[in-house]
Design a protein around this ligand. Sequence first.
Ligand code: GLY
Ligand code: MN
Length: 440
Amino acid sequence: MTTADPALLYPQHLAVLTARADEALARSGREHLLIPSGRRHYQVFDDRDYPFAVNPHFKHWLPLTGVADSWIAYSPGRRPKVIYLQPFDYWHVVPEAPNGWWVGHVDVEVIRTPEEALQLLPGPPERCAIIGEANSALGSYVPDNPAAALDYLHYQRSYKTPYEVALMRIAQRRAAHAHRAAERAFRAGASEFEIHMTYCAAARQDATEVPYQNIVALNEHGAVLHYTELDRDPPAQARSFLIDAGASHHGYAADITRTYAADRGGEFQAMVEAVDRAQQAMCAGVRAGADYRQLHVDAHLALMGVLREFGVLRVSPEAALATGVSAAFFPHGLGHPIGLQVHDVAGFAASDRGGTIPRPDGHPYLRMTRVLEPGMVVTIEPGVYFIDMLLDEVKKNGHAASVDWARVDAFRPYGGIRIEDDVLCTDAAPENLTRPAFAD
Ligand code: GLY
Ligand code: MN
C-alpha cells in the first residue's frame, strides 16, 4: 500500500538518512555527525537580520525551517539527538515546543541559550564531522565539512525518499494554485507588482518563504531571464505574461514557469502551445539512463524546430545549433536538480567520492550533467526569447542570414516563452509532479 502522508513516510526517510550518515562517517573517519541549523545573519553596521535560511542538511532530517542555533547530533547505533533552541525571548516569537511527526523518532533536548548546546554535543569536536556554515561555530565545534562526508551526502541527496517526494507534491499544489490566481490577475489587467502580491496571497507565502524570487514579467520583460523588478503600474497594453514562481513545503521547493498570451487566438499563443508540446515531449525523456546533457542538446533542436515552424529561423535546427544561433534564442540550461534547494546540489557530481562532469562545450549555463536515475527530481524548463543583446551577436558573428528579422520584430514585443515543470525520474515512466497539481 502506498501513502502520501509524510508522517507515515518519515520513519523510512529517517532510516535512509541514518544509513547515509553511517557511511559518511565511515568515509571521513569521524564518529559523530553534527548538523547546526544555522545562525542568523545581520546586515552590516545594523541590527537588522536577513531572512533566516536554515542549513539544508538540517531540514533534510527535520521539517523545521525557522529554528536557529539548534543542532542534530547523530552517532551510529543511537537515535538522533535534536538539540532544540527555545530561547527566553520577548522580542520575537519563540519557536513552539517540539511537536510533529518527527518528535517520537528522535531524542529531543530543549535548550534556552545557544551555549547550552555545548554540554549536549558529543565529543571531542575533532572526532565530529560538522556540516554547516562557518558562522555556526560554537566553542571548539567549528563546521569543517569534510569532503569525503559532504561529497557522499550531497550525491545521495539526489535520490529522494518517498517522504521527500510527498512534501514536494504538496509544494507543487500550493504553487499551482497560486499560478492559477496569477493568471487570473494578468487577465484582469493587474500590474506585475499586483500579480506578485496575488500570487503570494494565494500561495499563503510571502517573498521570504517562496523558494526563490518570483519572476513576474509582462511583455518585453519576459526576455530578461531573471526579471524581478515588478513594475507597480500595468502597461498600456498587456500582450504576454511569463511567470516563474514556486512555493515551499517544509523546506522543499517547487519551481514552475508558465507563459500566457493575452490574445488567445494570436500567433504568440500558437507559439506558446508549440513550446508547451515540445516541453511535454522533453519531460517524457526523464528516464533512468538518459544523459541530461543529451536532453539539453535535444531541447535545442526541438526549440529551433518551433522557431523554424514560425518562420523566425531560416536554417535547420542542426545548423542553428552548430553555429551557436540556437543559444541566442535559448541561452540557459534545460533545467536543474530540485529538492531542499531550488537549484539542488550535486548536479555535476561524477560520483559519491567527488569529481565533476563538465558541461558540454558551448553550454555554459547548464546546471545538470548527470545521467538520470530513479529518485532524482529535475526541472525541465525550455525557453525561447527575443533578446536584442544576443541577437546582435548573431549579426556580428556573420549569421544574420539564419534569422528572419521581420519575424523577430513581430515577436519581440512578447519577450519570450518558458514552460517549466518538475519531473521525478522513476524506474518506469517519468512522473511529472507539476501537471497533476494544475489539473487538481
Ligand atoms: N526558477 C528560477 C531558476 O530556475 O533559475
Ligand atoms: Mn528552474
